[in-house]
Design a protein around this ligand. Structure first.
Ligand code: NAP
Length: 251
């Protein structure tokens, strides 16, 4: 992995995939702006990176707030002199259940956190990437919303994650000529707090995957690092599966 001298935003950096990405990206040489709501956790993670001679700053906030998206970009520019890319990764599952029983606030909460946040992020990040002469954005989607993995009860989540694929296609078309790439990363089941800590629940999800296990968050972070690196220089507008084969089984 080589992210030397790239300044990158990571959202959802306080936990799971985003937290692993902070470590993987820092070790690959990136300068980081870390985002999530839990300030204390973010400060600890940034401190651990700095202690290993990496560079990271933290700014807590809510990705459903467009001003927060702008503030993360402003911090990248003031602290590190510009922005080269972003791992727009924060997300939530929301309450699961069939659509007729779904509360409107569940729908709106999931769509705001997972999809509207991506719009706010891209809108804030594109001008900064343009000032830099190009860059890359990765949005964490999911196998749910693509193959759905055979998991019912996730209508709002699936819609939000499928929406990200349409968004990156548009971003790729509109900003490819400026050297700006946009991709959706579709993890399979991954061992993070979002997947819970019930071993039988883990086993059920693992069994959906041909690899018969969950991903470790570092494996998904490695795929994100590739997409943000120059090694992925001709990859844009794509749903990139890192899903242990679950979609191959179902599509
Ligand atoms: N785990 C899986 O099996 C799996 C599979 C496919 C896709 N994904 C996707 O991967 C991404 C990361 O999930 P994860 O598995 O790492 O889950 P996680 O451990 O629960 O982490 C979620 C992260 O998102 C942040 N977040 C949530 N809502 C936020 C908000 N409104 N504003 C700011 N930050 C917010 C959380 O931080 P705070 O609580 O500190 O705000 C946390 O850092 C998500 O988009 C998820 O949908 C996960």
């Amino acid at each position: 992995m080589n992210l030397t001298d790239k300044t990158l935003i990571i959202t959802g950096a306080s936990s799971g995939i985003g937290r692993a990405a902070a470590q993987v990206f820092a070790r690959a040489g990136a300068r980081l702006v870390l985002g999530a709501r839990r300030e204390g956790v973010l400060i600890d993670i940034a401190g651990a990176i700095t202690a290993e001679d990496g560079e990271a700053v933290a700014l807590a906030g809510d990705v459903t707030d467009p001003d927060y998206a702008a503030a993360l970009v402003a911090l990248a520019e003031t602290e590190f002199g510009g922005l080269d890319g972003a791992f727009n990764n924060a997300g939530q599952v929301g309450e699961m259940g069939p659509i007729p029983d779904m509360a409107e606030e569940t729908w709106r909460g999931v769509i705001d956190t997972n999809l509207s946040s991506a719009f706010f992020a891209a809108r804030a990040q594109i001008p900064a990437l343009r000032r830099r002469g190009g860059g890359a954005m990765v949005f964490t989607s999911s196998f749910v919303g693509y193959s759905n993995g055979g998991l019912p009860g996730m209508g709002a989540y699936a819609a939000s994650k499928a929406g990200l694929i349409g968004l990156v296609q548009s971003l790729a078309l509109e900003h490819g000529p400026e050297g700006i790439r946009a991709n959706a990363l579709l993890p399979g089941g991954t061992r993070t707090p979002m997947a819970g800590d019930d071993p039988s629940g883990h086993q059920t999800i693992a069994d959906l995957h041909p690899l018969k296990r969950l991903a470790e968050p570092e494996e998904i972070a490695a795929a994100a690092a590739f997409l943000l690196s120059d090694h992925a220089s001709f990859v844009t507008g794509a749903p990139i599966l890192a899903d242990g084969g679950v979609s191959a089984r179902l599509i």
